[in-house]
Design a protein around this ligand. Structure first.
Ligand code: MUC
Ligand code: MG
Length: 373
């Protein structure tokens, strides 16, 4: 008899950030996550996470709406179902529910963790096997203050925690942002890669001016300079500059990436398990990108350890991540709810090796940080 799903709990958890994290659309001082605990009839537990940035400032799903979707819509469909056939359960949820990819990602992650623990294999093995055990991770400088960002970057380079940096820009006047970025690039020098994320804040003509300035300043990559739906602008800008563009908000899943590639986009894509609806779904984008000659990047919605590790298992199966990853979410938070935090060293992070995700919840920490009703 195959094991069936017995219980699903979606828990809201709020953990303060180590410093304000300033993005073009919001400033974060706390990260709110939805932690999923799914138990089957053999008593095995699968963990999942859905997290987004700044409530509803980044996208259409909030932590609160993810919890509601799981509690009200997914739970009644999943309870009593065999837990092993993840594809069948995914088809079922996709038939009953449009969108809601963050919630779907948390469920797919919990099912993969459950299956990995049942088979005594890491999640990466369920996805075909890890090609890499140590994965590069950049750091986002986003204090909003140039001097503080420089100090932060130099400290991280010195300890070899990170050698690549992403700067969040777009909320200030263009030339103020350009001066900020150029000063940081100057301070960290040639060996550090500096990229920017505009989070859709520019119109096309501002982006053209901005990219010319950033190209001259030695910046390596410009992420989502223009509004997400404006595919034609991304294609024109990618044509105009040798400074490559990273598509983030524009591309949630493989279909979006195919559409953008077919329109003539060249550059790179930020894969995110949350945008795609889960680690296995995110890897579908990698296949399209590889076929279209588009570079790969492992993106985050600033998940905590559970969500970051789920993504790391997926990224570890890829031969080449042209632009590395940004799975630093746990480092941006003041504390963690897992027993064994990730090991960040040598400009990257180690893939956990235990069965499933390879993560254990710290019950006291979870009790401390869970949101009181
Ligand atoms: C985004 O848009 O890329 C990822 C890293 C970071 O600092 O913010 C996120 C979201
Ligand atoms: Mg981005």
């Amino acid at each position: 008899m195959s094991a069936t799903i017995q219980s699903i709990e979606a828990i809201l958890v709020d953990i303060p950030t180590i410093r304000p994290h300033k993005l073009s659309m919001t400033t974060m001082g706390v990260q709110s996550m939805v932690i999923v605990r799914m138990k089957d009839s053999d008593g095995i537990e699968g963990l999942g996470e859905a997290t987004t940035i700044g409530g509803l400032a980044y996208g259409a799903e909030s932590p609160e709406s993810v919890k509601l979707t799981i509690d009200t819509y997914f739970k009644p469909q999943l309870i009593g179902q065999p837990s092993e056939n993840i594809n069948t359960l995914r088809v079922m949820l996709n038939r009953s529910t449009r969108g809601n990819n963050l919630a779907k990602s948390a469920i797919e992650t919990a099912l993969l963790d459950l299956q990995g623990k049942r088979l005594n294999r890491p999640v990466a093995d369920l996805l075909g096997g890890a090609v890499h055990q140590h994965i590069p991770v950049l750091w986002t400088l986003a204090s909003g203050d140039t001097a503080k960002d420089i100090q932060e970057a130099l400290g991280l380079i010195e300890t070899r925690r990170h050698c690549d940096f992403k700067l969040k820009i777009g909320s200030r006047q263009l030339m103020d942002d350009v001066r900020h970025v150029a000063a940081i690039k100057d301070a960290v020098g040639e060996s550090a890669s500096v990229r920017v994320d505009v989070n859709q804040a520019w119109d096309e003509s501002t982006a053209a001016k901005g990219m010319a300035e950033l190209q001259a300043a030695g910046i390596d990559l410009v992420e989502q300079p223009t509004p997400m739906k404006d595919y034609a602008a991304l294609v024109r800008l990618a044509d105009k500059f040798h400074l490559p563009i990273l598509a983030d908000e524009a591309v949630a899943d493989a279909k979006d990436l195919y559409t953008l590639a077919a329109a003539g986009f060249s550059g790179a894509v930020a894969m995110k398990i949350a945008k795609a609806g889960g680690p296995a779904r995110a890897l579908e984008q990698a296949t399209v990108a590889q076929a279209a000659g588009i570079g790969l990047y492992g993106g985050t919605l600033l998940e905590g350890t559970i969500g970051s590790v789920a993504a790391l298992h997926a990224w570890s199966t890829l031969e080449t991540l042209h632009w590395g990853t940004e799975m630093f979410g746990p480092l941006l938070m003041k504390d963690d709810i897992v027993v064994q935090p990730l090991n960040f060293h040598d400009n990257g992070v180690d893939l956990p090796t235990g069965p499933g995700l390879g993560i254990e919840i710290d019950e006291d920490k979870l009790a401390h940080y869970r949101r009181q009703a």
